[in-house]
Design a protein around this ligand. Structure first.
Ligand SMILES: Cc1ncc(COP(=O)(O)O)c(C=O)c1O
Length: 344
């Protein structure tokens, strides 16, 4: 089942036929494995990897910091550009001879934006460093959004410098929680992900992921849902997500709200126009009190939404409540905790 899912994923993300990978327990494990593979491949070339660094846009998921924490590496976060996208020249400035990896998101969690992966690819080739794409959110959404006519910069193995991709089945793959994929361009590269040992009384042990004994249920669920939905099933769900996003974003400007950046997929963040002192966290609290549990972002402050197909049915109801919440906040409602409690 794992081989079948990996073959489908490599094909979907335009990988070479020799591309390979594994199912993991989630995006964080896929990212830890990508960083570990990169580190160990560099060590195999004789580089001193202790305390070496990874250069990331500020919007990268904190799973990279967790990976660096576990693996003895340093994280360098770099400001994004005016469009909230990874800034390759600022990232180049933050790199040095101890940089092992750069990455971009497709899309990033805070704003739902796809970083300029082709430009990051050029930087990676120029400096001979590993390029990872974090497509935990988009790996099983972007291919179908593109089939629906959504224009994205090339973000997957079509970009020659991309060496690994994390893509979660338990997000827009619609599998049960506990399923992600880590994908590699070549088997030689993947070999650095694998752990092997034999210095104990019970013989050799070789495991490709962080787990020893691996849970089969999540893998079976992922395999089943991919086969059950098929390309048409994913496309149909993607159409509903895109419709929900378009309806919600179209309803924001009349309320004096703006979307941050140019999100084209399923995640958005929005808040007041520059110079408007509307307390968006008060709006969030008011919506929360009405039963709408969404996230928030900071700097700029905003409401964060991760849309699913069923949000299409409630988009109009949400916009009505949002209009009321904005009016209440403009009338001076209690701001609540700042920033408010985070609901995942
Ligand atoms: C872009 C991105 N990368 C990585 C992760 C981490 O995934 P997980 O929570 O499955 O470990 C997330 C989770 O939301 C994400 O949005």
């Amino acid at each position: 089942m794992e081989s079948d899912v990996i073959a489908m994923a490599i094909d979907l993300l335009h990988g070479p036929t020799e591309g390979t990978g594994n199912l993991t327990s989630g995006g964080t494990e896929s990212i830890i494995l990508a960083v570990k593979t990169c580190r160990d491949e560099a060590a195999s070339r004789g580089l001193d990897v202790v305390g070496a660094n990874l250069v990331l846009p500020r919007t990268a998921h904190l799973a990279f910091d967790k990976a660096a924490h576990y693996l003895g590496l340093e994280i360098r976060r770099v400001d994004v550009d005016g469009d909230l996208l990874a800034d390759p020249s600022a990232m180049a400035d933050a790199m040095d001879e101890r940089t092992l990896m750069i990455m971009g998101s497709a899309p990033c969690f805070p704003y739902g934006l796809v970083d300029p992966i082709p430009a990051l690819g050029e930087l990676a080739l120029e400096r001979n460093v590993w390029l990872h794409v974090d497509a935990c959110v988009g790996g099983y959404l972007n291919p179908f959004a593109e089939r629906e006519g959504v224009e994205l910069p090339e973000w997957d193995f079509r970009v020659p410098a991309v060496r690994s991709i994390s893509a979660d089945l338990h997000k827009y793959g619609y599998a049960a929680k506990g399923a992600s994929t880590i994908l590699h361009r070549t088997p030689e590269q993947h070999a650095h992900q694998v752990f092997s040992g034999s210095d104990w009384p019970a013989g050799a042990m070789t495991t490709p992921t962080v787990a020893g004994t691996r849970p089969g249920g999540a893998i079976a669920s992922a395999w089943a849902v991919l086969h059950y939905l098929g390309v048409e099933g994913y496309r149909e769900r993607t159409r509903r997500i895109l419709a929900a996003r378009e309806r919600i974003t179209a309803g924001l400007a009349p309320l004096g709200l703006r979307v941050y950046g140019d999100p084209r997929l399923a995640l958005i963040a929005f808040g007041p126009e520059d110079g408007d002192d509307l307390n968006i966290f008060a709006v969030w609290k008011s919506l929360h009190d009405r039963g709408w549990f969404s996230g928030v972002v900071a700097n700029p402050n905003g409401i964060h939404m991760m849309l699913s197909p069923s949000h299409e049915e409630v988009a109009d109801e949400y916009l009505r409540d949002l209009a009321d919440a904005v009016a209440t906040a403009r009338g001076g409602a209690d701001a609540g905790p700042n920033p408010p409690v985070r609901y995942a």
